[in-house]
Design a binder for this molecule. Structure first.
Ligand code: CDP
Length: 231
């Protein structure tokens, strides 16, 4: 039996972090946690309560009303986010939430609350978590840190196709603009910005299929697990 490790996957918006995380989790029987879904669920709650998400005086008092949970969905074979008991997976990825989530994620009170929960999820190892600050803040000791990237046009096209498939009427330019704006806010914010440090392995998947990116990452995990397992 090989020891379990934690895998941190960080990178720009919509570059396939979730897809890779899911592939690795299924293959190694790890737990996959999408940390972005937590920021999205908080954003949904604030928008539903007509709060100006840029005003901490407005956001802060509502945070204690927010309870987040992940529950396993055996049909989709993944953990899904529940906001105050309700499964909000179907609502958190629409453009209304996407257009505000990076402003919410700049808020240090929000980050403190979510990072505390995320750290607890990794205590027993065997977790693949994707986000922006997983390798730098949430699991600074993760045995494997992957930084994913792809050109912004490729990312926008993928997100466009994904939303189209779900039957949502979206405009490619709106998605491109949203990704560019979120990349900028996520990389330049004061609290836990998306940062490529030299302990990450970089995976540019602009020209890789899902199978090819998985092969690369799987080899990295196997390499590390073998080293960790040596007496
Ligand atoms: O799916 P996509 O890559 O577009 O984004 P996401 O992972 O769902 O994250 C949504 C937003 O949450 C990001 O643009 C960040 O602003 C924020 N986020 C963050 O600040 N820290 C994380 N660990 C994860 C997400």
């Amino acid at each position: 039996m090989f020891p379990k490790i934690n895998i941190a996957i960080d990178g720009y918006s919509s570059c396939g972090k979730g897809t890779l995380a899911k592939q690795l989790a299924q293959h190694f029987e790890y737990v996959f946690i999408d940390s972005g879904s937590m920021y999205r669920a908080v954003t949904l709650y604030l928008l539903n309560h007509q709060v100006d998400v840029e005003l901490n005086e407005a956001v802060h008092p509502l945070l204690e009303q927010i309870e987040l949970d992940f529950k396993y969905n055996s049909i989709n074979k993944r953990y899904e986010i529940h906001l105050n008991g309700e499964n909000v997976e179907p609502f958190i990825r629409d453009l209304k939430v996407s257009s505000k989530v990076s402003m919410v994620a700049k808020n240090s009170d929000v980050r403190r609350k979510l990072v505390e929960m995320q750290k607890k999820m990794g205590i027993s190892k065997g977790v693949v978590m994707d986000g922006r600050d997983i390798g730098t803040v949430v699991f600074p000791d993760a045995e494997l840190k992957i930084f994913m990237t792809a050109s912004v046009e490729v990312r926008a096209q993928r997100r466009f196709d994904e939303m189209n498939k779900m039957g949502e009427a979206v405009i490619y330019e709106d998605i491109l603009q949203n990704l560019t704006q979120r990349d900028f806010i996520d990389s330049s914010r004061d609290d836990s910005p998306l940062t490529l440090t030299n302990d990450y392995r970089v995976l540019d998947n602009s020209k890789l299929s899902q199978a090819e990116q998985f092969e690369i990452a799987k080899t990295w995990v196997e390499e590390i697990v073998l080293i960790e397992g040596k007496p």
